[in-house]
Structure formats: structure tokens, C-alpha cells
Design a protein around this ligand. Structure first.
Ligand code: SF4
Length: 175
């Protein structure tokens, strides 16, 4: 089984969304969102592109394969730059980036840090990985593995975030 950064992010937003995505039920504009994020980074921070590389990173934890694709990694400084087009700060973004930091650590890259950027908010958060974060990520991996294997799709959450979710119609089609 493989768990990637997208599932880590979605798990912290909505377990149903995580289950749908994990089971290959994808709505078209999900991939556009990833493209938008890259475009936003490139247009907001053009001067940084030269020293950044794209990094595909893998690790194994408890017989589960972990995978992350870091779009902008500064190997010299050991800094991940992640850009979000969101107009609000979300815990899910933070956990996605901490998952990348954990993957780096599992690959022997210690003391890396991350900069989470919200150009629309003009806000920048600096992140590091603590022992508690690793504990949380280990538990999250186990929970996502169980969720992925479950045949039951979790219930809708009736939250504000549903309005901008790509699964909105699928979730509320009968209402
Ligand atoms: S519409 Fe709401 S309940 Fe459905 S997957 Fe999206 S966030 Fe979850």
C-alpha cells in the first residue's frame, strides 16, 4: 500500500474525501489545483526557481510505502518551499509539509525545515518537525491505511469546506 502527501492533506480536511481519493474516485479539477499551486509559486517567486529542484521522495514505514513529490526543494539550505493559493491558513497544509519533512528525515536528511507560503494572504509560516509531529504522522499513516482498506465510505461532514470541494455534487446529489 502507498500513502502519499495528498492523502495526508485530505485526511486532515475530510475523511470521506480521503477515502474517495484513495479509492481512485477523482474529480477532474483536482489535478488543476496542483498545477495552479506550481504556477502560483512560479509567478509569485520567480527569483527562487533556479536554486530549487523538484524532488520525488519515498520511504517505508510499517510495511507501508510513503511517497511525496516536493515541487520546490532547496537542497543546499535543506528548505522546502510550499505555496498555497488558499486565502486561509489550514492545518491540512501544515501536515502535508510536515509529512515531507518526515520523508526527508526517514531518508537521513536531518534538520530540514519548510516555508509554507500564502501569497494571497501575504503570509509565510516556517515549520520544523518535532517528536510529537512524528508521533502524529505515524498514527495518521495507520489510520489512513485502515480507512483505505475499509469498504465503507465515511459520512458527509456538512462543513463550510464542502462548498469548494470537488466532490460536492457527488456528496450532496440527493439533497
Ligand atoms: S463535499 Fe464535504 S463531505 Fe464530501 S468529500 Fe468534500 S469535504 Fe467531504
Amino acid at each position: 500500500m502507498t500513502i502519499n502527501a495528498t492523502l495526508i492533506n485530505l485526511y486532515h480536511v475530510c475523511k470521506r474525501e480521503c477515502w474517495l481519493h484513495a479509492n481512485g474516485i477523482n474529480m477532474e479539477h483536482t489535478s488543476d489545483t496542483v498545477y495552479d499551486g506550481k504556477l502560483l509559486h512560479e509567478t509569485s517567486y520567480p527569483q527562487r526557481n533556479e536554486k530549487h529542484t523538484e524532488l520525488n521522495i519515498e520511504a517505508a514505514y510499517n510495511n507501508i510505502s510513503l511517497f511525496g513529490k516536493i515541487d520546490f526543494y532547496d537542497a543546499g539550505q535543506k528548505i522546502i518551499h510550499e505555496t498555497k493559493r488558499s486565502d486561509k491558513v489550514e492545518k491540512a497544509h501544515e501536515w502535508q509539509v510536515k509529512f515531507y519533512l518526515w520523508l526527508l528525515k526517514l531518508n537521513g536528511i536531518e534538520e530540514a525545515s519548510a516555508i509554507l507560503e500564502y501569497p494571497l494572504l501575504r503570509q509565510t509560516d516556517q515549520l520544523r518537525l518535532s517528536a510529537e509531529d512524528i508521533e502524529h504522522l505515524e498514527k495518521t499513516i495507520q489510520s489512513i491505511a485502515q480507512l483505505k482498506e475499509s469498504e465503507e465510505c465515511p459520512p458527509v461532514i456538512n462543513a463550510k469546506v464542502c462548498k469548494s470541494c470537488s466532490y460536492y455534487e457527488l456528496c450532496y446529489i440527493n439533497e
